[in-house]
Design a protein around this ligand. Sequence first.
Ligand SMILES: Nc1ncnc2c1ncn2[C@@H]1O[C@H](COP(=O)(O)OP(=O)(O)OP(=O)(O)O)[C@@H](O)[C@H]1O
Ligand SMILES: [Mg+2]
Length: 272
Amino acid sequence: MTDFVQLATHFTDLSAHATRIADFVRLADDRSCVRPWGSEAERDVSTPTIVFQSMDMISPDELCRIKDFDLRITPNQHVYITGPNGSGKTSLVRVLTRLWPPTRGRVLILGGATIACAPQDTVVYSGTLLEQLGMTNDTNNDDEACRTLMCVNLASLPLRTGGMRRFWTRARWAETLSPGELQRLALARLMLEKPTFAILDEATSSIDMPTERAIYEEFWRRNITTITIGHRMDPSLMERIAIFVTLDGKGGHVTRRQGEELVFDSRRRPTQ
Ligand SMILES: Nc1ncnc2c1ncn2[C@@H]1O[C@H](COP(=O)(O)OP(=O)(O)OP(=O)(O)O)[C@@H](O)[C@H]1O
Ligand SMILES: [Mg+2]
């Protein structure tokens, strides 16, 4: 009887998980939810572009994290976002990836732009090395996977994992690779996804500086525009950043362009 009662609990859990997965698949298929197109003129934009228009964002704890946020990001205009802990940097990513809706204003993804993200906490899955990289276990993928692993300084990883197609559990991946190696793996996955815009949310925080530099150079060589969230960056990389956004943790922000004066300071606006 005890076994039956436990089985019933498992089935209830399974049913709840299946419902959530079904909801997720339905939402993922609803492209209008993923890509809120703007007006006719905006739809005609041929350059991949991300636009934040007068956006406010309130976090679930009902505090205004970002107020009156305006920003237009186009290819090769690399962005750097910084600010104190809890100021809403990752929340901005959640809005951009449609996990949270903006409370006011709009976020437009135009001109066929695609966005992918390496989150703050590195995610690994149970599976093979190729599957970690977001690829199938097809032998045709080996060359591209090896080339990309070399770019993130993980060329020897296939030797350590017993090849490209050896199954490891999620726990084994997480325990075997160092935090910096896990981040490099996640960045290789991001490169292979080939988005127009790649969001790196503190995704190089455990990576040594020479490797970090090489990884950014590789993203830019592959024509992937980076949106970096961080607390510090190598000065030689900073020189290549076009737009700097600093959140102040009270809803205010400052936006600057490389070599230019302040373009927008929300704190100078009269309170609405
Ligand atoms: N699901 C949630 N429910 C309630 N509050 C949340 C939730 N998610 C985030 N917050 C709050 O929103 C604020 C901003 O969080 P966010 O993760 O964007 O900060 P951050 O700038 O990325 O910080 P860090 O530098 O530590 O990564 C935090 O105070 C956080 O507690
Ligand atoms: Mg964060």
